[in-house]
Design a protein around this ligand. Structure first.
Ligand SMILES: C[S@@+](CC[C@H](N)C(=O)[O-])C[C@H]1O[C@@H](n2cnc3c(N)ncnc32)[C@H](O)[C@@H]1O
Length: 277
């Protein structure tokens, strides 16, 4: 592992150590669009936001033998999900890749739980100016509430292009020893790699909560981990939605010159930028 400063974990170590609440069990991103930017003929060094892990597995199957994928996530439960999916793929008789949360959590009893969908009922409204309670009709109270957290995003086979492709699955299987795991925040993941050591950084739709100069500096340090000509890719969010945190990819797109990047392509929410040579 050239250019890696610290020792990442392997599948078995993650299975032994990690677990917790899972929010992402399957991706909603169109990975077919994303890997279309990546040269399948060269062994690459790829840093990938983990989430439900489908993205890292897709890079592993798409790329040439010898490609190293470093999946990172703040949430250790997400890394655990990827390790479980990797083990599931080890089965050479597998015809369809269709991992269900229930099967995997039963296999590893007590290790992971679904992040619950948190919905609160409205029982009364308060008129703030008048400092008065407004009684709600029973019918209204039963019908309406508000969502605090939307719970688990489950695996949907239709969102991954290779779920029935046995050759692609076999390609991933052969490369599983090149799958690495890192529990780290995106703003500090650059500490793990030497300058100019990565070919691809995939950032999914990780948000940046505050575009303060210190965070932009951290992102710049991360971009400098790319080789000249290397790619950074990920997603934008709904551009019509106001007053939300931008994704890191949107920040990189917006300040391309500052980061020494150029737009390669944008398909719907998928976005790819290249580090200047
Ligand atoms: C941003 S979410 C998006 C998932 C995606 N929309 C999908 O379809 O899979 C992907 C992962 O990023 C992780 N994440 C969020 N903020 C992070 C941060 N600051 N550093 C590292 N990982 C982070 C989350 O824990 C989650 O597992």
């Amino acid at each position: 592992m050239v250019g890696v400063n610290k020792k990442p974990m392997k599948i078995k170590e993650v299975l032994d150590a990690y677990g917790g609440f899972v929010r992402y069990f399957g991706t909603t991103e169109l990975m077919q669009n994303m890997v279309a930017y990546v040269d399948p003929k060269k062994p690459l060094q790829i840093l990938a936001c983990c989430g439900g892990g489908d993205q890292s597995l897709t890079f592993l199957g798409h790329c040439q033998k010898g490609t190293e994928v470093y999946a990172f996530d703040l949430n250790p439960a997400q890394l655990f999900v990827l390790a479980c999916k990797a083990v599931y793929l080890e089965d050479t008789k597998l015809k369809v890749f269709d991992p269900t949360f229930d099967r995997i959590s039963r296999l590893h009893l007590g290790r992971i739980r679904k992040l619950p969908r948190n919905v609160q009922k409205i029982t009364k409204l308060v008129n703030l100016r008048g400092n008065k309670n407004i009684d709600l009709k029973e019918d209204f109270r039963e019908k309406f509430g508000f969502e605090i957290d939307s719970g688990l995003f489950d695996f949907k086979p239709q969102s991954l292009h290779w779920v029935k492709d046995r050759r692609f699955m076999a390609a991933i299987r052969k490369q599983l020893h090149h799958l690495n795991f890192i529990r780290e925040d995106v703003l500090y993941i650059s500490d793990w790699f030497a300058k100019g050591s990565l070919d691809v950084i995939y950032l999914s739709d990780i948000p940046l909560h505050n575009a303060i100069p210190y965070y932009l500096e951290r992102l710049n340090t991360l971009i400098l981990r790319l080789k000249p000509g290397g790619l950074v890719m990920g997603n934008t969010e709904d551009l019509n939605e106001l007053d939300r945190n931008p994704t890191i990819m949107e920040i990189l797109l917006n300040y391309q010159d500052l980061f020494g990047l150029k737009l390669v392509g944008q398909r719907k929410k998928s976005l790819c930028l290249r580090r200047n040579q």
